[in-house]
Design a protein around this ligand. Structure first.
Ligand SMILES: Nc1nc2c(ncn2[C@@H]2O[C@H](COP(=O)(O)OP(=O)(O)OP(=O)(O)O)[C@@H](O)[C@H]2O)c(=O)[nH]1
Ligand SMILES: [Mg+2]
Length: 323
């Protein structure tokens, strides 16, 4: 792409043009070095226009209703005049059969809205892990004027941690089952969550959902030290559009309280700094992997360490000194 094409595309993106946004995200996702350089230029240019959205991470086990919830929730926000972007972090490869925005639910109603933008992430891992491109895509969506960014990830593997480290508010969707919840939920997730929302609280499941809610609410009391925000446990039905507005009200309340306590922007700053350090590690790792001297020396040093001919420290230092 020429320089003037690029600046034209950027102008369109800033005006909220979805095609331009999609094309720019594709550029950001590209592995070509030349694309990567262009993408970084664009990101630098849009940076002043980013940061104004509410970033919400949504996770939960397969089948909990993430797609259904995001569609209902997104439509609700759009009715309130908001522009909504949905980005999916998909840790599973399409070959393995898992794709968040796969055939099952395409959020058809939401995707028909002019003020919605839905984008699945590339399945392959890349520099910065699965969520690296999502972070940058999020910035592009903000520059295109999206007010709420919903980042969806399935609750397996590490992706929840990555998503939690890029959003303002982390919401964990749960199923109404008071029986096996303690086994089902990873303790780490409880610590990441700003809210648990028990979905499918409809029909015969309402009572169970309420019991599950009480259970988790007391679990949170035991777990969390009192900070400026105590995680809330709510119930909703994405299918029947029940309590969806309450979830949004809660997120708004969180934002207000977080800003008042001077933690909202501090959290973003800390996330950026953490992201930089992660990138730094990965870039160094990449340099190591690509360095021919390192490649030649590493197996020899490994062998030396295994056989006690040198210390791990001395070996690591020799490698680092090659860079
Ligand atoms: N009764 C009821 N069913 C729901 C609700 N939300 C979703 N479902 C149903 O649960 C099933 C799974 O919903 P999805 O939205 O595809 O769930 P998901 O979490 O996106 O699933 P994966 O993409 O496989 O991780 C579908 O059959 C939905 O219709 C709800 O609030 N109540
Ligand atoms: Mg889904």
């Amino acid at each position: 792409m020429t320089k003037s094409d690029l600046s034209q595309q950027l102008n369109l993106l800033r005006q909220g043009n979805r095609r331009a946004l999609a094309k720019t995200i594709t550029l950001v996702e590209s592995k070509l070095d030349s694309h990567r350089a262009q993408a970084q230029q664009i990101l630098e240019q849009v940076l002043p226009f980013t940061g104004k959205s509410m970033r919400v991470g949504i996770t939960g086990v397969p089948g909990v209703g993430k797609s259904t919830f995001i569609e209902t929730f997104g439509l609700h926000l759009i009715k309130q005049g908001k522009k909504v972007a949905v980005l999916a972090v998909d840790p599973s490869s399409p070959i393995a059969g898992g794709s968040i925005l796969g055939d099952k639910t395409r959020m058809e109603l939401l995707s028909r809205e002019d003020t919605a933008f839905i984008r699945p992430s590339p399945a392959e891992g890349s520099l910065g892990g699965v969520a690296h491109k999502t972070r940058e895509s999020m910035l592009l969506c903000e520059a295109a004027g999206y007010d709420v960014i919903l980042v969806e990830t399935v609750g397996v593997g590490q992706s929840e941690y990555e998503v939690a480290s890029m959003v303002d508010f982390f919401l964990v969707l749960m199923l109404p089952n008071a029986g096996d919840e303690l086994q089902g939920i990873k303790r780490g997730i409880m610590e990441l969550a700003d809210s648990l929302v028990i979905n499918k609280a409809d029909g015969e499941s309402i009572n169970l959902a309420t019991r599950t809610q009480q259970h988790y609410q007391s679990a949170f009391h035991l777990l969390k030290a009192a900070g400026f925000w105590s995680p809330r446990v709510m119930i909703c039905s994405a299918l029947e559009n029940k309590n969806i507005d309450q979830v949004w009200q809660m997120i708004m309340e969180y934002q207000e309280v977080a800003i008042k306590h001077h933690v909202f922007f501090e959290k973003r700053a800390a996330q950026n700094s953490e992201w930089m350090h992660n990138l730094l590690h990965e870039m160094i790792q990449l340099r190591l992997n690509q360095n021919p001297q390192v490649k030649a020396k590493l197996p020899i040093l490994e062998d030396d360490v295994i056989h006690g001919r040198t210390t791990p420290y001395a070996a690591a230092k020799q490698i680092v000194d090659l860079l």
